[in-house]
Each structure stands twice: as structure tokens, then as C-alpha cells.
Write a protein that binds this ligand. Structure first.
Ligand code: GRF
Length: 201
């Protein structure tokens, strides 16, 4: 399987996917990293790993979201990509790309969906008095953060947590969860582990 990753920034989840795919037993290879942001730190990480990168800056397309996505689509086609992983990609996809790649785009979201779709999930979970927080890998559909759930991992929210501390704690689980879920998705099997096993990696 040939995977593309779409990023907008740091790219730490991308990095976790690259590391996992580098293992011979992993059923996929990362063939392309696309960023809508020319300054995304993740671009350097991908280049250093020897992966093809492409910047497709949405600013170059004005308000024409579909024109931006047509270029992304062309890049995916030309690299013969089969599955797309969003990893901190901060733009909503339009039905154009979602329909062209129906059931083939995965996303990682930093909350226990369907709780807290959208932004600022860590702060919102703390504010809501939650004792648990988590992350979800799901299939991307037209309804933001509402596609079929493929896997979740959870972390505790501690008494003096800040948004930053919680985000850091969760990020470690994101890095374990995303490659695991991708592997099972590509193999079309079910994970044998419970959520608790995923907590402990
Ligand atoms: C992660 O928290 C991810 O769940 C969310 O955006 C953040 C991206 O971080 N979608 P990174 O770019 O993967 O480091």
C-alpha cells in the first residue's frame, strides 16, 4: 500500500507513521507528504527521511477550495497513492476530495469522539471536568470529526493539568495509536487489543 500524509505543522504524528512504516513487517510505505503550509516543520522531517514532499499552499488558490484540492488530488494520483492519512492537517476537506477518496482518508483527532469535535479539545475537556481524555483515529467523511471510528486511546486528566501538559501526555498515545490503527485498517482486520492495552502501548 502506498500512503500519503497531509500535514500543516509540526508533523509528530507523521513522524510516528514514518517510523512505523520503516519496519519491514508494516504493510505500507509512506510515498508522499503534502503540506498546505510552506513553513511546516514536518516538511524537513519528511525530507530528511527521504520522502517526496510537496507544498500545495491554499493561499495560491484564493477562495477556490476545490482548485486547491484538485492539485492535491493530482499529486496523490501521480504518486499512485492508495490511502491518505491526515496528521495535523488544519484545513477542512470539501466533498470533492472526500468523495474522490471515499473511505480512504484517515484522520487523528485529539479527543474521545464524538465528544469535543473541532478545535481546543484539551482545554475543553479540562473545562468540562472530564477525568479522561483521549484521541480517535477515524475515517474522514463530509461531517467534520464524525466519520466511522477505527480506534481510540485514553489518558487520565490529572488534578493540576494544564492544556499543555495534557496535550503532551496525549500526544504520546497518538503516536502509538495511529500506526496501529493504520496497520489494522490496511489489513482489514480488527485489533486484538483492548483500549486499555493501547493505553500502555
Ligand atoms: C495532533 O494533536 C492531532 O491529533 C491533531 O493535530 C495535532 C497535530 O500534531 N489533529 P502533529 O503535527 O502531528 O505533531
Amino acid at each position: 500500500e502506498r500512503i500519503a500524509i497531509l500535514i500543516s505543522g509540526r508533523g509528530s504524528n507523521m513522524d510516528a507513521l514514518i517510523a512505523a512504516c520503516a519496519k519491514p513487517s508494516f504493510p505500507a510505505s509512506i510515498e508522499l507528504v503534502i503540506s498546505n503550509n510552506p513553513d511546516a516543520a514536518g516538511l524537513d522531517t519528511a525530507r530528511n527521511a527521504g520522502i517526496a514532499t510537496q507544498v500545495i499552499d491554499h493561499h495560491d488558490f484564493g477562495k477556490d477550495r476545490q482548485a486547491h484540492e484538485r492539485q492535491i488530488d493530482a499529486a496523490l494520483q501521480s504518486h499512485r497513492i492508495s490511502t491518505v492519512c491526515l496528521a495535523g492537517y488544519m484545513r477542512l476537506l470539501t466533498p470533492f476530495l472526500i468523495n474522490n477518496w471515499e473511505g480512504k482518508i484517515l484522520n487523528i483527532h485529539p479527543s474521545i469522539l464524538p465528544l469535543f469535535p473541532g478545535l481546543d479539545t484539551h482545554a475543553r475537556a479540562i473545562k468540562a471536568g472530564m477525568k479522561l481524555h483521549g484521541c480517535t483515529v477515524h475515517i474522514v467523511t463530509e461531517d467534520m470529526d464524525q466519520g466511522p471510528i477505527l480506534g481510540q486511546a485514553v489518558v487520565p486528566i490529572l488534578p493540576n493539568d494544564t492544556e499543555h501538559k495534557l496535550a503532551q501526555r496525549l500526544l504520546k498515545q497518538e503516536h502509538l495509536l495511529y500506526p496501529q490503527v493504520l496497520k489494522h485498517f490496511l489489513r482489514k482486520d480488527e485489533p486484538e487489543h483492548s483500549v486499555e492495552a493501547l493505553i500502555n502501548g
